[in-house]
Design a protein around this ligand. Structure first.
Ligand SMILES: [Mn+2]
Length: 244
């Protein structure tokens, strides 16, 4: 049976990821996809995370952290050590763990991935976004960042709490398929009619969640999917902020 298995934000949580994959009893038949934000903030750096993804042929879409790491790596190659001083310690660690292989891996990642009736992307969709190969870069980047919308159904910045109207998936109409995303951590997966957010904040001491879809006659069954999750061994982000 061919399964599609989608993983939430990894953020360097490789131990939890490996345990979760063991529990899922992955076979060569399975299609595994990450919603992006593979790297940054957590215990394992870009080199280890990407090597693991490559070794196990796990697909991924770009998260905002991958987009940022690519840009920072490019600037580091241009301007050298001086540039690193402008970055946060976890960003420096990411950039320094990257080489050509990691950079070209990140470059090769798509912004969204369609698997029959399923669509995997990192952030979310706004009513005026249309997925296509020739989407402009601004909309692609925006797609990695969408969380809450304002009353005009436009995405609001992270800090703009007062303007918060609805989470994007609460008003999404399913026109681009059943969407599985991450980016905004919830204590439990956020389940809507045409979308799932499966970021359950592993790097913040929450859980790493996977959702499993099986096929029926019409495509992948979006009514009877199953969640699996693995508890974080640590609140890695809190540890990082405390400097221990
Ligand atoms: Mn993110």
């Amino acid at each position: 049976m061919k399964r599609v298995i989608v993983y939430g934000d990894l953020h360097g949580c490789l131990d939890e990821f490996a345990i979760l994959r063991q529990e899922l009893k992955i076979t060569k038949e399975d299609i595994e996809v990450s919603v992006g934000d593979i790297l940054n903030k957590g215990p394992y750096l870009a080199d280890k995370m990407i090597a693991y993804m490559q070794e196990h042929s796990i697909k991924a879409v770009i998260g905002n952290n991958e987009a940022k790491a690519m840009k920072q790596y490019e600037k580091y190659l241009q301007s050298g050590e001086e540039y690193l001083k402008t970055l946060r310690p976890f960003e420096i660690a990411t950039v320094l763990s990257m080489q050509d292989n990691e950079y070209s891996y990140l470059k090769s990642l798509p912004y969204y991935l369609k698997c029959e009736n399923l669509t995997i992307l990192h952030g979310g969709l706004t009513p005026d976004m249309k997925l296509s190969k020739n989407m402009d870069m601004v909309s692609k980047k925006e797609m990695t960042l969408v969380r809450y919308l304002n009353k005009k159904l436009e995405p609001i910045p992270w800090s703009d709490e007062d303007n918060r109207y609805k989470f994007w998936s609460e008003v999404y109409d399913g026109r681009e398929g059943f969407v599985i995303s991450g980016h905004h951590p919830f204590p439990k997966p956020k389940i809507e009619k045409y979308a799932l957010d499966i970021d359950t904040g592993c790097v913040y001491g929450g859980r790493l969640t996977a959702v499993v879809f099986k096929k029926n006659k019409k495509g992948y069954d979006t009514k009877n999917y199953e969640f699996f999750s693995q508890k974080a061994k640590n609140d890695y982000w809190k540890k990082y902020l405390k400097g221990v």
